[in-house]
Design a binder for this molecule. Structure first.
Ligand code: ATP
Length: 234
């Protein structure tokens, strides 16, 4: 469904991704795991059109996303829930959600999508008039995911949704990702939280110092000697 082929990405002169390739199949939950600074956020920013690869391509259902601007990538249904939520803190929950549906197609279906998001997140419905910046970290994460859903994603990319959340809330966020996936949305998740993500994903790739070093099913990677030593401390 989405194919990243041999991308090199730089910040100025500094190269942070080397020949990164991976594929996302329709309907799956794919995870990119890696330590701090491995290049996970950079990979998502490149898919979303915020950064351009110096080499390689990103193909989504026959369209080269690397040739498009960020708003065009969203219009094609590839949507990014950024790290640290990046909500409009002074705006209400509902205003934040509406900001997710600015593309023409999403705008047309806004009222129905809002109902769907409120069904998925009853807590957001209760708090729809609350200023987003005053909510708890877990609630803000739900609002950020809800805003992503308002864009009618075919692929929803989550950048470290577990960041700053308690283990129980992390579990809740992963359950939400599963529910969204069951509703037909393909999920790409990047995470440092290796143990929990490998347990729940279909397949995963391991990113180290800007390079993909391993891939397999979550179960295969949980049993891999390198993953166990480097990430699980066993
Ligand atoms: P984290 O979990 O800490 O966000 P990550 O795997 O998402 O890690 P990236 O944020 O993609 O990693 O960063 C990869 C490398 O690129 C790091 O060495 C980082 O310092 C560097 N980097 C990230 N953003 C920039 C930037 N705007 N300018 C220069 N270097 C950057």
């Amino acid at each position: 469904m989405l194919k990243v082929s041999g991308i090199d990405v730089f910040y100025g002169d500094l190269q942070v991704l080397w020949d990164v390739s991976f594929e996302i199949k329709q309907g799956e939950i794919l995870v990119l795991v890696g330590a701090n600074g491995a290049g996970k956020s950079t990979t998502l920013k490149t898919i979303s059109g915020l950064l351009k690869p110096a080499r390689g391509s990103i193909e989504f259902q026959g369209i080269y996303l690397d040739q498009l601007k960020a708003d065009q990538v969203i219009s094609h249904g590839v949507v990014h829930v950024p790290e640290a939520r990046r909500l409009f803190r002074e705006m209400t929950v509902e205003e934040n959600l509406i900001m997710g549906s600015l593309a023409p197609e999403a705008k047309k279906k806004r009222a129905d999508t809002l109902e769907w998001v409120y069904e998925l997140f009853p807590r957001m419905k209760e708090r729809r008039k609350q200023v987003a910046g005053t909510m708890s970290g877990g609630e803000q994460q739900m609002c950020a995911i809800g805003r992503g859903l308002m864009a009618l994603p075919k692929v929803l990319m989550f950048d470290e949704p577990s960041l700053g959340l308690s283990p129980i809330l992390v579990q809740e966020v992963f359950e939400i990702a599963k529910r969204i996936n069951k509703e037909g949305v393909t999920v790409l998740l990047v995470e440092q939280n290796v143990r929990q993500t490998l347990t729940f994903c279909d397949r995963a790739y391991v990113l180290e110092n800007g390079r993909i070093v391993l891939h397999g099913t979550g179960k295969e990677l949980l049993n891999d000697v390198h993953v166990r030593e480097a990430y699980l401390g066993i």
